[in-house]
Design a protein around this ligand. Sequence first.
Ligand code: UDX
Length: 447
Amino acid sequence: MEICIVGTGYVGLVTGACLAEIGHRVVCVDDDLEKIATLKQGRMPIFEPGLDNLVTRNRREGRLSFTTDLKEGIEAATVIFICVGTPPLEDGDADLSAVEQVARQIGELSSAYKLVVEKSTVPVQTGMWIEKTLKVYGGGKDDRFDVASNPEFLREGSAVEDFLHPDRIVVGVGHPRAERLLRDLYEPIVSGDFTCPTHGVCREAGPIPFVVTDIKSAELIKHASNSFLAMKISFINSVADLCELVGADVERVAEGMGLDRRIGRAFLNAGLGFGGFCFPKDLQAFVKIAEKCGYDFGLLREVDRINELRIVQAIKKLKDHLWILKEKVIGVWGLAFKPDTDDVRYSPALALIHRLLAEGVAVKAYDPKAMERVRQQLPSLLYCQDPYEVASGADALVVATEWKEFGDLDLPRVRTLMRRPLMLDGRNLFDPLKMKAMGFEYLGMGR
Ligand code: UDX
């Protein structure tokens, strides 16, 4: 099918590349001239495992192209995905101005039937507004457009994998036409009959669940799913606080809980809490949406409060052991909001570093992928070439992002490099008994 993707950020670029990979012809549009120029030179504006190969190969085979011209982009397309940013406003509401602008332009520029799909995370009832906008700016014809909601469940660091091998595909539609088009579009993924770039062979497992709902329910599934996952994390972080008070180990508790299939072990990792450009803003947006609809979602406000508290707890632990933080040297391993990504938006590591700098601490840091993104916003940080340089001369070391390479380091060497062998393991990456045996003063989160 002929597809147009509007917005080439994490969601748009992955969606475009993967739809091309399963055989569609995709034109990706963005008004960011530099981003499109980068993509046309075959370079990636973001780091996502496997994305560069996908883009390069599908461009070469003529199924994927990039342009800044929306009219050109939507000309041949039957299905148009809106993947523009919906960043948070001051009051937590989502900024939908980019979505409105694209909907208006699609209305004005379309001369044939289009299925307009909202993939960006949008508040419930946005689909209704897109329908109205298309009608008003599209000349008022009733059957010129359909709108659908097709929320993405992509995790950064595994977005390509999550797109090609999803747990489920959710589409919210208002007309059978829209459902038919989306079933055709996703058929290769549902049946698994495509040669996967990661796994090669076709899927052996059964078909992927294809969930069809009304538009509002589909919009709610995304916010409800993300908020539930965030709630799971804040729940285990509260249990971690209790574990410290009673002398239990939250990792053991999470293990015992997680074996219950109704609970599941994933997203029960205690630590510095959740960051990234999804959970924090989706949670606040969901609370705001509920409030605007007349419901006070107090449970989710508490999820947010517990998460904010993680950084306060970490600083307190450091003070309990260092007494005075001012002029101490503290090393931080990890800047990205989680491993396998270069994204530092809403990163707990940065929230902690801002607090340390405010206390007059000399902060050294290293991250395998995210340092370039931080240099501009944090010039007063000492950027190191490797984790050992971070440890050299440090009064304390904080594990802020659980990059796998940190788990493989020569820890006795790290210990000798440090001025004081104090480690705050913000992601419970290491084993407390082994660390103590190696002579570290080891502090975990909930252990
Ligand atoms: C999330 C959702 O997982 C994804 O489905 C949605 O489409 C977008 O938002 P993402 O934000 O990329 O994906 O990262 P995710 O892997 O969910 O982690 C989010 C944050 O939670 C990270 O800061 C991570 O460190 C933290 N986290 C995750 C925990 O603190 N504990 C856990 O057990 C799991």
